[in-house]
Ligand binder design. Sequence first.
Ligand SMILES: C[S@@+](CC[C@H](N)C(=O)[O-])C[C@H]1O[C@@H](n2cnc3c(N)ncnc32)[C@H](O)[C@@H]1O
Ligand code: SF4
Length: 403
Amino acid sequence: MPALATPPLALYVHFPWCVRKCPYCDFNSYALSGELVQQPYLDRLERDLAAQARQVSGREVRSVFLGGGTPSLFSPEAIGRVLQAARRSLRLADDAEVTLEANPGTIERGTFAEYRAAGVTRVSLGAQSFDAQTLAVLGRIHSPEETRRAAEELHAAGLANFNLDLMYALPRQDVAAAVRDVEAAIALSPAHISHYQLTLEPGTVFAAHPPPLPDEDAAAGMLVECSARLAAAGFAQYEVSAYARPGAQCRHNLNYWSFGDYLGVGAGAHGKLTFAQAGQIVRTTQPREPRRYLAAADAAPAPRAVLADELPFEFMLNVLRLTAGFEAAWFSSRTGLDWAVIAERVRAALARGLLLHTATGYRPSDRGLRFLNELLLGFLPETSKKTGPSVLSMATPEVRTGS
Ligand SMILES: C[S@@+](CC[C@H](N)C(=O)[O-])C[C@H]1O[C@@H](n2cnc3c(N)ncnc32)[C@H](O)[C@@H]1O
Ligand code: SF4
């Protein structure tokens, strides 16, 4: 058996509340009823951090992602307290990337400067669209003007390393409108743009009452045009939905997509940890509902071992999202499995033109990236091929993430 190596480690902290639940969103988020009571959640996060830190003692944490929900509903002092607790419990790298997800509708003048003073180094702003009517249909709590003001505030606060989340294939959107959104985003000089195709997620309001959406051809046309605009403006695509200026790729998400390790702290947070000596990779999950999370015991969540049969698919599900693909050596060092386990499946994907050789490994071809599900099907575990779940229903937690 090849040796399993200890990969880099990151920390994810979940903040589950939002002002309002957006009708398309199936993330673990809950509309606030009344005032946000920060203290009990902060206390619980602190205890969660301390309990989970024991599993990774001595390991350096290279990035922190404060995600949601809407973490920017928490005050800069509260975010500072979480980061101090992380520093007390864990060995945080001096130059750790610390990203805060923010909703433009929750930002007041001066807030970003305070978040920066509290230790935030990067912000991910949920812009979604710059069309006022579309924002209303999406149930957003902010106007395009508020997004523009928030971006100006970020520059003024010295947080130029920020991301804008955009979605496309939105209700009644055409190619020209999708391109206008991308151009409006570029005009705000972010360092990073995430560009997601709107999907109808089961259990959401949009899934129950679908709005009129562009068809697949129109959506494909939007992707082609928008990617071209982004490339022309200096944003290189490095992942299915992520574009960055040189040097501004999201280190935290790159770690997920390289099948790195992460601690998951907070309601519904997922973690993945490698125990190299024991030859084991485990996943952890905290209770989803804030009430249950707050009431749960402080012990670290029970780990679930990832079975050898599941590892090739889980590995590929992440690394094949990257336009640069993966180094062949990662497969064995990050899964502990022999290359022979996937050699035949890799050959088949190469033969179908979905995968290409690189100097040190493999990357998805343009077609492979566009039809990623088809490429990934080849790596499904034998057991699930028999029972036949869809590729998407098997998605690991890190695949669906804001950046
Ligand atoms: C975890 S959410 C949190 C962002 C933040 N709460 C906000 O909305 O301002 C991260 C991003 O995922 C994207 N997203 C959420 N639901 C989606 C869906 N159904 N289809 C495509 N993208 C989605 C949105 O762009 C969103 O900003
Ligand atoms: S998209 Fe963002 S703001 Fe809207 S409900 Fe989901 S997490 Fe909350």
